[in-house]
Design a protein around this ligand. Structure first.
Ligand code: MN
Length: 328
């Protein structure tokens, strides 16, 4: 079932793409699999339509996603900012304008922006907005758009869409794994996508620095409050010694949260001496957004974050005490 408002958005988005040539396509800073899949997915759609386009992100696109790029290079704005401005912009997987980061510096004075996203908090910052909050991923919205435009999509595009679905649903495990997600995935598989290869590449394979970091961070696993609270920590020395990048810390917090009986799992990351970033995950009833707010942070009920000043141990002591009092 498609609501009438979304049908209007789809028509407007299709019209936006048809009427412009020469697009700038951008996703958010620190792109994930859905950001990458939707950036390159849009590129393949524009390629099929014979349009001009340039792909730019604020930082570098992680190399593990570049198999989706085909012949389309993606510029790193910080290293090679373009010398020209763009009047037609397509932003993908960005909940608000700030997520675009510095790339907005190459928008023309009077730019028109198509905002394609699936975040419930999207503030509709585009001239045209194509936002469906019950979509599991931005690539799911692109699938709708390709259908609306009657585009015959390439094998490479199918791979982009499947990759975004796979990563934003955690391998078809999270609560956003709807019947629609599974039917799109089934369609893509029937058109030849090798799902097991993408799962291996995106979800299973760990680099040597990642596994080194995992090994050293698991050594820090601690429990408190009747093992209802668990945490890991990563000092800046540990991160450096492993050779891992900061995005390699992303999934570590789950090792604390996934322990049976744990209600709040946390990861303490020393960013610079005296500054500690804390990721909080709730395994059940606990509202971690509320706990993060006590330290000036925020987030969702089951996933939140904050930044605490002090040494790693001081931050751990303060936050673990607060979590204990929140759990009662
Ligand atoms: Mn997404």
């Amino acid at each position: 079932m498609m609501n009438a408002e979304y049908a209007v958005q789809l028509r407007a988005a299709a019209e936006f793409i048809r009427k412009h040539d020469d697009f700038l396509v951008v996703s958010h800073v620190q792109p994930d699999g859905d950001a990458a899949g939707s950036t390159f997915g849009v590129a393949w759609m524009l390629h099929t339509l014979g349009k001009q386009f340039t792909l730019i992100n604020e930082g570098s696109m992680p190399s593990k996603y570049l198999y989706m790029a085909g012949p389309h290079p993606i510029l790193n704005f910080e290293k090679t900012p373009p010398e020209r401005k763009f009047a037609a912009v397509i932003a993908v997987d960005c909940a608000d304008f700030d997520r675009i980061g510095k790339v907005s510096g190459c928008f023309a004075h009077e730019f028109e922006l198509l905002n394609v996203d699936h975040h419930a908090t999207n503030d509709l910052f585009g001239a045209v907005n194509l936002v469906r909050a019950d979509a599991a991923a931005t690539v799911e919205v692109l699938y709708d758009l390709a259908e609306e435009m009657g585009l015959a999509c390439s094998d490479a595009w199918n791979v982009c869409i499947y990759s975004g679905l796979l990563t934003d649903t955690g391998g078809f495990r999270y609560s956003n794994t709807s019947p629609k997600v599974m039917s799109i995935a089934a369609d893509l598989l029937s058109r030849g996508v090798q799902g097991h290869e993408l799962a291996e590449k995106l979800l299973e394979t760990m680099t040597f620095p990642q596994v080194t970091l995992l090994k050293s961070s698991l050594n820090t696993l601690c429990f408190a409050h009747d093992k209802r609270v668990a945490w890991l920590s990563v000092s800046s020395d540990q991160l450096r010694a492993s050779g891992a990048a900061s995005e390699d810390m992303d999934g570590l917090v789950n090792y604390a949260r996934n322990v049976e009986g744990v209600q709040v799992g946390m990861l303490f990351k020393e960013k610079t001496p005296g500054v500690v970033k804390v990721s909080l995950r709730s395994g059940g009833e606990a509202n971690v957004a509320e706990i993060a707010q006590r330290f000036g942070g925020g987030g969702h009920i089951r996933a939140a974050g904050c930044t605490v000043e002090g040494t790693l141990q001081e931050a751990i002591d303060r936050v673990v005490r607060e979590v204990g009092s929140a759990l009662g």
